[in-house]
Design a protein around this ligand. Structure first.
Ligand SMILES: [Zn+2]
Length: 145
């Protein structure tokens, strides 16, 4: 089966069949056929199916060696990992941060490990943590001098 290059790109970005179909002016059935031909999994439960935002987050991630977590859900044009749940838009990083800490991030939640856009809860920090970690780092470096 010959697959339209742009369709493959959009499928690999984790977009839903109906979104790709609308964007490329084709049918969701053709997008699904391409998804199967590429061996890509169907998207996990949508906003209505997931019992919680955390469940939806888990369904849209896959573990990577080293304790990292790859985002398999929607990526916006500006490169942000996003998920929609019950009418709300959420940052995958903010959800990961909340899973670990039980609170919303201060400022932006960002990847703090070496894997770009990793969303492992232990590898995401907020502004408060970054300021604290920098202060600890600077104190340690200062202590060595
Ligand atoms: Zn990581």
């Amino acid at each position: 089966m010959k697959i339209h290059a742009e369709m493959e790109t959009l499928l690999r970005q984790g977009l839903a069949n109906h979104v790709i179909a609308r964007r490329l002016h084709t049918s969701p059935a053709k997008v699904q056929a391409a998804r199967v031909a590429l061996g890509l999994p169907n998207l996990a439960l949508g906003p209505k199916g997931a019992a919680s935002l955390e469940d939806l987050f888990s369904a849209r991630t896959e573990p990577v060696a080293g304790g990292h977590l790859r985002w398999t859900g929607t990526v916006t044009r500006d490169g942000a990992n996003k998920l929609r749940w019950r009418g709300g838009n959420y940052s995958a990083h903010a959800v990961a941060f909340r899973i670990r800490t039980g609170r919303d991030p201060v400022g932006r939640a960002r990847t703090s490990c070496e894997m770009p856009r990793c969303v492992a809860p232990a590898h995401v920090s907020d502004q408060t943590e970054r300021i604290r970690d920098n202060a600890i780092f600077n104190a340690l470096i200062g202590g060595l001098q």
